[in-house]
Design a protein around this ligand. Structure first.
Ligand SMILES: [Zn+2]
Length: 264
């Protein structure tokens, strides 16, 4: 049988790809529709990333219902709320199945939480990750210097810097064999010079793909809320920046994500 173009396209879509960072609980789509779209686009797994205790529970609930989803638990640097204590997070993590602590980190751009408090909470969550043997997902915005000094004491904790846009100096400062970098749809934006440059230089065995859905919609889908089904547009952009085939990039990022999150 002669393959028509449409058959070829749908075959290509089946190459397994992993969205390492999506906020499913913020999507306007139902979980069923969101996942149906993702599966049609060849998604193998979606890491549903929490930002506080309430969304940690929501991520775990989704992961329990849908095999394509895995959950994280953690408290984002921009979250306030008295219930978001590390003691409560520790208790949550000890009784629920999660693949990472996240997203955690430092935000010097829009967080209402004073930096000193953010640092304290970040350190406690890194210590928790070390204690329970989980990797961490890190948010770092306008906080490169404090981030580098905190991370210096945690080179042994596997970590991914998500929506990465820092420079070579930062990469060298935080690098360890267990430090990964993930990129969102903003690598498709002409003006995202830092992210585009970073995506072209981070080590190939430590690069991962993410949507950060519903944010960071790739240019190709401008006007829609981002979703995991759009991840291939980000893969295309990074492959072009690194002058390699998209399939080569997808195969490597899938391997990297399986290794980092210990997915089977
Ligand atoms: Zn996020």
């Amino acid at each position: 049988m002669k393959f028509t173009e449409s058959v070829f396209v749908s075959m290509k879509k089946e190459r397994p790809v992993i969205d390492t960072h999506a906020h499913l609980f913020l999507s306007e789509l139902s979980a069923e529709d969101y996942i149906k779209n993702a599966q049609a686009a060849g998604l193998e797994r979606i890491v549903s990333v929490a930002t506080d205790l309430k969304t940690s529970a929501e991520c775990v609930r989704l992961a329990t219902h849908y095999p394509i989803i895995v959950a994280t638990a953690g408290i984002h640097p921009c979250e306030e709320g008295a219930e978001n204590t590390i003691a409560a997070l520790r208790e949550f993590v000890s009784s629920h199945s999660v693949v990472a602590i996240g997203e955690i980190g430092l935000d010097g751009y829009r967080s209402p939480v004073p930096m000193a408090d953010q640092i304290e909470r970040f350190v406690l969550q890194l210590e928790l990750a070390r204690e329970v043997g989980l990797p961490v997902i890190i948010h770092c915005r306008k906080a490169a210097d404090p981030m580098i000094s905190v991370i210096a004491s945690f080179h042994d904790v596997p970590k991914v810097f998500h929506c990465f846009s820092e420079d070579r100096q930062f990469i060298d400062a935080v690098s360890s064999p267990e430090t990964y970098f993930s990129f969102t749809g903003n690598v498709t934006y002409d003006n995202a010079k830092n992210s585009r440059h970073a995506a072209s230089i981070v080590p190939f065995d430590r690069i991962m793909l993410e949507t950060d859905a519903p944010y960071m919609t790739p240019t190709r889908y401008k006007g829609s809320a981002n979703e995991s089904a759009f991840l291939r547009a980000t893969a295309d952009a990074i492959a072009e920046l690194r002058r390699i085939e998209t399939d080569t990039l997808i195969d490597q990022t899938t391997l990297n994500a399986r290794r980092f999150f210990r997915l089977t």
